[in-house]
Design a protein around this ligand. Structure first.
Ligand SMILES: [Zn+2]
Length: 305
């Protein structure tokens, strides 16, 4: 065997290492092959070798947005060119599509929406993802299976993404329209049940309950909807005297939880007053401590050495 391998030989070595599950070494061989094809003036094969290298990167370490996006990008110029992955031949376009969807899924999992506009965007992207997964049918995704021994079925991923879309739609409107948010979470509950995720289905059901609840503020008497949204609970000494409500209709007391119900406006005003008191109290303590420290320092100085 000659010391310097031809790019074709490097490609064969890459396949061999891939079959043995050594994706990291395989990736290096494909990268070397790509470089040699480039130098030899064979840009087409350089693209093929580079695509293989990016695929192997999915097996080398836990892949995230960067790895999946890089694989999708490397595969996309190849169209339906057949790639050899062990005993299978798979069109590059199939793998490119999967890598693109997995990149989007990882990106969504990492996103940290804050504003209603952020949540609307997350909802829209999850809806699109759900649609794409639905189009893939019932075949397990190849990339997770080949490189991570993971089973990911689009028929299950589709309802999960749809559930996340509904939850995000709920978050986008919850402050202004908690009842609408409750409806979105009811839809989410259905999707999670369809995806077989009973824990998340239960969480969505809990939000339906919370967002659907209404109360009358103990302090100002305003009618508010959505527990933890438009109103909160304050632990309070309630007794028979407080159970007589101000009027008919919505309650201001929750005896089972020893709490009164306060609208967000009243609750935040009370919180701020409490914060101010706490800060003043802390300052008083600080002043006393400083005086004490000075007194001690003075005593230490007087100790004869
Ligand atoms: Zn109030």
């Amino acid at each position: 065997m000659p010391l310097f391998k031809t790019p074709d030989q490097l490609m064969a070595l890459g396949q061999d290492l891939m079959l043995r599950g050594d994706f990291s070494s395989s990736k290096n061989k494909y990268e070397d092959a790509a470089e040699k094809y480039r130098v030899a003036g064979n840009p087409q094969m350089a693209v093929v070798a580079h695509a293989y290298a990016q695929l192997m990167a999915l097996g080398a370490a836990a892949p995230g947005v960067t790895e999946y996006a890089a694989a999708a990008q490397a595969l996309s110029p190849l169209g339906d060119y057949p790639l050899k992955l062990g005993p299978r031949q798979v069109p590059a376009s199939t793998l490119a599509r999967e890598a693109g969807l997995l990149a989007e899924q990882s990106s969504l999992a990492k996103s940290t929406p804050h504003t209603p506009a952020d949540w609307s965007d997350v909802a829209r992207r999850n809806q699109a993802l759900s649609m794409e997964f639905r189009q893939l049918g019932n075949q397990n995704l190849l990339l997770p299976e080949l490189f991570r021994h993971e089973t990911m079925n689009p028929a299950q991923l589709a309802p999960s993404a749809a559930a996340r879309a509904e939850e995000a739609m709920g978050e986008a409107v919850v402050l202004d329209h908690p009842k609408e948010a409750a409806e979105h979470n009811e839809n989410a509950r259905n999707w999670w049940a369809q995806a077989g995720d009973l824990m998340r289905a239960q969480e969505a059901a809990n939000r339906v309950q919370l967002y659907g609840r209404s109360a009358r503020c103990w302090f100002c008497g305003r009618e508010v909807t959505g527990e933890g949204v438009q109103y909160v609970l304050f632990a309070s000494d309630i007794g028979p005297w407080s159970s007589v409500d101000s009027g008919a209709g919505l309650g201001s007391v929750d005896p089972s939880r020893g709490s009164i119900l306060a609208c967000r406006g009243c609750a935040s005003a009370i919180d701020r007053i409490a914060d101010q008191h706490a800060i003043e109290r802390a300052k008083e303590v600080e002043v006393k401590l400083e005086a004490e420290i000075q007194r001690l320092e003075e005593q230490i100085r007087r100790i004869p050495r």
